[in-house]
Design a protein around this ligand. Structure first.
Ligand code: AMP
Ligand code: MG
Length: 392
């Protein structure tokens, strides 16, 4: 049995990589030896090092170095750039900020990410999500109640494609665990009735689940954390910075030289990126089957996003979905949901709902992008993909 994280934890799914700097970044891998880690993350960092391959780790560090090399690409504030790497929410996170308050902003951001992990992780026994999953009527913080209410809104909007009550099936399959398992149809059928947002009852600050049900915020928590970090950056007056929380990217303001940031969308089929997008003040969240998956002994690949209607890992005509908008929580929920919907469903959803830009990379070898991105994207030469604007 083999479980793999190609880009560890989706880290490279969409990253703030200044394209012109890639060569410089590679030469700057020495940054790997001096990444800044907060002491409270050291334990998790050692755990992470055990879990991911050295090659993957270097990819992660390469990203850090790429960000660190921004100054060479046109910034003039080298001395003001600060970066930090955090391991939380089962993923490597890179944060960079410029300006006189950069260090304070990054410290606060790191604390906030750790606080949110303690609040929202279902693998931490004391988290509010674990308490809800343990059963009974649970008094939760206003913050958790509000995030759960948002999750239910996204469930309704996506006709159930995004659903945090998918947890029992996520546990059954265990795709992202050390012991993944291919269940029988009978086992899946037994759990499917437990999935559905009607099983989660919210009333003020009280959350209650129906018997046997559970919730998993893995599809939305990093997006929410990115919103919180963006707010912290704003509070500290940061006008230039990037964060990459797994596949969840936020670019704050512009590069120090006033140019837009360039976010690279991972090529799901190989190393490198399929397309880049010039962005300012935007979230860019990618979901894909290539990020975390399990290859069964018979060679079948099962990836980590499940279809709540069937209880099976999604078999989509999409390799990845990237959502770009000004709301990290929504971008995270939608990237998961639209991956479940497949290419036609995702396009129909965008036409109906709007309010975001998107890039779909399909199994047929196309990079489909919403027309609002036409001036912002740069195809990767020689990638073999066909780049097509989605019809409004
Ligand atoms: P993401 O990487 O944001 O697309 O989230 C994927 C994670 O969300 C998985 O690893 C599961 O923990 C959880 N998940 C899987 N399928 C769904 C789904 N259909 N709706 C909500 N969360 C899901
Ligand atoms: Mg998501």
């Amino acid at each position: 049995m083999e479980t793999r994280r190609k880009a560890p934890c989706g880290q490279a799914a969409s990253v703030g990589v200044p394209v012109g700097c890639v060569r410089i970044a590679k030469a700057a891998l020495r940054y790997c030896t001096c990444v800044v880690l907060l002491s409270e993350n050291v334990r998790k960092y050692i755990y992470m090092m055990k879990k991911i391959s050295r090659r993957s780790f270097l990819q992660v560090c390469g990203i850090t170095a790429a960000t660190a090399a921004l100054t060479a690409c046109g910034g003039t504030a080298a001395q003001e750039m600060q970066s930090i790497q955090v391991f939380a929410m089962d993923t490597v996170m890179d944060l960079t900020a410029y300006g006189e308050n950069a260090a304070a902003a990054l410290t606060d951001a790191s604390r906030e990410i750790n606080r949110l992990e303690r609040l929202l992780s279902r693998t931490i026994d004391t988290s509010e999500i674990s308490q809800i999953n343990a059963g009974g009527a649970v008094t939760v913080s206003e913050e958790t109640a509000s995030l759960l209410a948002q999750a239910q809104t996204y469930t309704a909007a996506t006709d159930g494609a995004f659903d945090v009550t998918i947890a029992p099936l996520v546990s059954l399959w265990g795709i992202t665990t050390d012991s993944p398992y291919v269940p029988t149809q009978q086992e899946i059928d037994a759990l499917l009735p437990l999935v559905g947002s009607e099983h989660l009852h919210l009333s003020g600050d009280t959350a209650t689940l129906d018997d046997g049900c559970a919730i998993d915020l893995g599809g939305i928590a990093k997006g929410y954390a990115s919103d919180r970090v963006a707010a912290i950056f704003a509070r500290h007056g940061i006008t230039s910075g990037t964060i990459s929380l797994g596949g969840n990217v936020y670019v704050c303001g512009s590069k120090p030289n006033g140019q837009p940031w360039v976010v690279a969308i991972q090529n799901p089929r190989s190393d490198g990126y399929a397309v880049t997008v010039a962005l300012m003040d935007s979230f860019a969240v990618t979901s894909g089957g290539y990020q975390r998956y399990y290859t069964a002994p018979d060679g079948t690949v099962y990836q980590h996003i499940l279809d709540p209607k069937t209880g099976y890992p999604v078999e989509s005509d999409l390799l990845s979905v990237s959502i770009l908008c000004d709301n990290g929580t929504m971008a995270d929920a939608y990237s998961t949901a639209l991956y479940v919907m497949g290419s036609a469903g995702a396009q129909a959803f965008w036409r109906t709902h709007g309010g975001f830009e998107m890039i779909l990379i399909t199994t047929a070898g196309q990079v489909l992008y919403t027309p609002g991105l036409s001036e912002k994207i740069t195809p990767t030469e020689g990638s073999g993909y066909e780049y097509v604007s989605i019809h409004p």
